[in-house]
Write a protein that binds this ligand. Structure first.
Ligand SMILES: [Cu+2]
Length: 219
């Protein structure tokens, strides 16, 4: 509900953190704005009533500093744990199948290593704006950019990663469900940014292998 469907193995963990942060910040937003409104009305100017001057309350100030600080530390610890789990190079599943995505104005160049498992060899399989992923198998995306900064955004997979010229950024993902999804560029990268769109097809492994073979045969 509200968020796009989740079709990646770690999406639920990201969503849980997202909702926790949204609830906490949302609740405090309502409390603060509600309090502001309440006191604005309660202590409004009225004829014959003199304003009283207060010089603060140490106890209240300590409370409203310490509680948010503790919440922030807790959120930092939770976020950091999840970040390390998903993004540290040591946690990339060793069996992950590599795919290279080269972003350019305004397209996604997808490259599979082919049967020899080596990139930049004649048996590579290439596709424009068509990313295919096998369901239930981890895939390691090696993201690069040819020109300016782009951002690979696959909302249903809870993946968003900048593509920075001169850098190869690794992000892995494992699809849980077969279907058709989208890639959006999430970094304003020029006049054609709006049409920098790609498609993700997740297939059962046999169908994925078949697509790979057919795409290679057509090259
Ligand atoms: Cu772009």
């Amino acid at each position: 509900m509200l968020l796009p469907e989740n079709v990646s193995t770690y999406g639920a963990q990201i969503d849980r953190l997202f909702w926790a942060i949204l609830w906490i910040t949302g609740l405090f937003f309502l409390l603060v704005q509600g309090g502001l409104l309440y006191f604005t009305v309660k202590y409004r100017a009225r004829p014959g009533k003199r304003a009283s001057y207060v010089h603060g309350n140490t106890v209240i100030e300590i409370v409203w500093t310490v509680i948010p600080a503790l919440i922030l530390v807790a959120l930092t610890v939770c976020s950091q744990r999840l970040w390390v789990e998903l993004r540290s190079p040591g946690r990339i599943p060793p069996s992950a199948m590599p795919v290279r995505i080269l972003a350019e104005q305004f397209a996604w160049n997808i490259r599979y290593p082919g049967p020899d498992q080596e990139f930049q060899t004649p048996d590579d399989v290439t596709a424009l704006n068509q990313l295919h992923l096998p369901v239930g198998k981890p895939v390691l995306i090696q993201l690069e950019s040819k020109d300016v900064i782009h951002s690979l955004f696959m909302p249903e997979f809870r993946v968003k990663q900048d593509a920075v010229p001169g850098l190869t950024t690794q992000v892995w993902v494992e699809a849980t469900k077969a279907g058709e999804y989208e890639i959006r560029c999430a970094e304003f990268c020029g006049l054609g940014h709006y049409r920098m769109r790609g498609f993700v097809t997740t297939d059962p492994p046999e169908a994925f292998e078949k697509w790979l073979r057919e795409t290679q045969a057509n090259e």
